[in-house]
Design a protein around this ligand. Structure first.
Ligand code: EPU
Length: 456
């Protein structure tokens, strides 16, 4: 992947070329969940012992998180890709800088374990990002209720435990909204607190259940994980463990949607089918045949009917699949209404999809999609992780080729995305190309589709 600084020196960007009218078939393996692996890496700060994590996906977000942990004394041995070793025996206090926290926002979730392990933590205040404001007041209010002193100064959040025992104290916290990150931060802070903590209005996402399962293996006493009221009985000490990251439900969902959009038949595994219920229901409503056998899901699609979705916290329809699902609706018969309710700015794909010939009207985070007969390949640049996945899906169904940039977003969250699509039969190739935006005046080097590529 090429980072921004390198781009300034070198006008070459990675892009993928996709030939449209694609049909997929076969079987692919789903990787470990990015959002689980990130929080499990943070949770490994809670013990001096070795933590072994299996099924950690090789993604740029994960690599960045590992580097942040290394910067505060954590040893990580990832030579064996099957099982990485994390040891936080030499964890030390350090400011986690602004550029790091903003590069990978999940690093802010380290505040909980750092505070309960070291008695203090200092992390740069994360700003908003290209999908929304990404507020953190629920993390901070909850930590204060557990007895931490929080000060915001010079762009940093400085958290400290001021009592003699340097230990947080269990309490009843009611979250103002079921934030995934705040629930995770507060669980990780409360596991080593004195006494019992109850988190009400907690998020119920599977990644939180995965976190609690690992913490319980380490000796924590957490019950009712996966419900909106999580109970944590504080313990004095946590030991090491070995844990396997759950399969990535968002990656799984993206491939099912890609198969449906291309009227294909594929099988994905391993998955935990119950994590995908809301998507599977919508795929069935829109005309796909779904069959589940143990940890595998097969999909076969011959027609696509317009259906409506509204994103919601788990077990509702995941915001992370809203953009890919919108791409599925582009060629559906009839209208569909797609409502984003979790993030303020998660409709970045709409303009891009309209450039491909889609018919989408957007008002107040509600997209009304009128199905069209054909889409045209274009040169496009994704601007966030899931919107880039959405334009890849649309490109697979287009009448001709597309050239897609913004792979730094895709590489944050999809392991071997184009290799997996290729394995399913897609005509897709990653290459080093000139920046699309900078070369719009030049002749296209993919000569067969020259007009298309620079028409966007
Ligand atoms: N919110 C507040 N106050 C807070 C915390 C959150 O108002 O104190 C708001 C946010 O501004 C946002 C909404 O609540 O509008 C949801 O935020 P949440 O805290 O639940 O999300 P997150 O923890 O920041 C995680 C995932 C996201 C995923 C969301 C929702 C990780 C690392 N990230 O973010 O994943 O979309 O939960 O399910 O776990 C992705 O993978 O593409 C991604 C963005």
């Amino acid at each position: 992947m090429i980072c921004e600084n390198e781009n300034k020196l070198n006008p070459k960007f990675e892009s993928i070329k996709i030939n449209g009218r694609c049909s997929l078939q076969g079987r692919i393996k789903i990787s470990g969940a990015k959002n689980s692996a990130l929080v499990l890496l943070a949770a490994s700060l809670l013990t001096k012992d070795n933590v072994y994590l299996k099924n950690v996906p090789d993604l740029s977000d994960i690599r960045k998180m590992k580097n942040i942990l290394k910067s505060i004394g954590v040893k990580i041995d990832d030579k064996d890709r099957e099982k990485i070793l994390i040891n936080s025996g030499n964890l030390h206090f350090g400011n986690i800088a602004h550029n790091l926290v903003n590069e990978i926002r999940a690093s802010f979730f380290c505040i909980g374990p750092l505070l309960s392990k070291l008695g203090q933590a200092s992390l740069a205040l994360p700003g908003g990002c290209n999908i929304g404001e990404r507020r953190i007041e629920e993390h901070l209010k909850g930590l204060q209720q557990l007895g931490a002193t929080i000060e915001e100064k010079d762009g940093f959040v400085n958290a400290r435990i001021n009592n003699n025992k340097k230990r947080l104290k269990g309490t009843h916290i009611r979250l103002g909204c079921p934030s995934v990150g705040a629930t995770e931060t507060l669980i990780m802070a409360a596991v080593l607190a004195e006494g019992k903590t109850i988190i009400s209005n907690a998020a119920r996402e599977p990644e939180i259940q995965d976190l609690c399962e690992m913490l319980n293996k380490m000796g924590a006493k957490i019950t009712k994980a996966g419900t909106s009221e999580v109970c944590i009985e504080g313990v004095n000490y946590l030991n090491g463990c070995s844990h396997e990251v759950i399969p990535d439900r968002i990656e799984a969902g993206t491939f099912l949607i890609a198969a449906a959009a291309t009227l294909s038949c594929i099988t994905i595994s391993p998955v935990i089918p119950s994590h995908l219920n809301s998507l599977l229901q919508k795929l069935k409503e829109s005309g796909s045949d779904i069959s589940i056998k143990d940890d595998a899901i097969s999909i076969k699609t011959e027609t696509i009917k317009g259906v409506n979705i509204e994103t919601a916290p788990f077990p509702g329809f995941p915001t992370d699949l809203q953009a890919p699902f919108t791409a599925l609706m582009l060629k559906a018969t009839g209208k569909s209404i797609i409502k984003e309710t979790i993030f303020e700015n998660r409709m970045n794909h709409i303009d891009l999809l309209n450039k491909m010939g889609a018919s989408i009207k957007l008002e107040n985070n509600i997209a009304t999609v009128s199905g069209v007969k054909k889409l045209s390949g274009r040169n496009l640049k994704g601007s966030d992780l899931r919107s880039t996945a959405a334009i890849v899906i649309a490109a697979l169904t287009a009448d001709n080729s597309s050239l897609i940039e913004g792979l730094e977003h895709l590489d944050r969250g999809y392991e071997d995305f184009e290799f997996k699509l290729k394995k399913l039969g897609a005509n897709i190739k990653r290459d080093l190309t000139e920046n699309i935006a900078d070369t719009s005046h030049k002749q296209n080097f993919f000569t067969s589709d020259a007009q298309n590529f620079y028409a966007a």
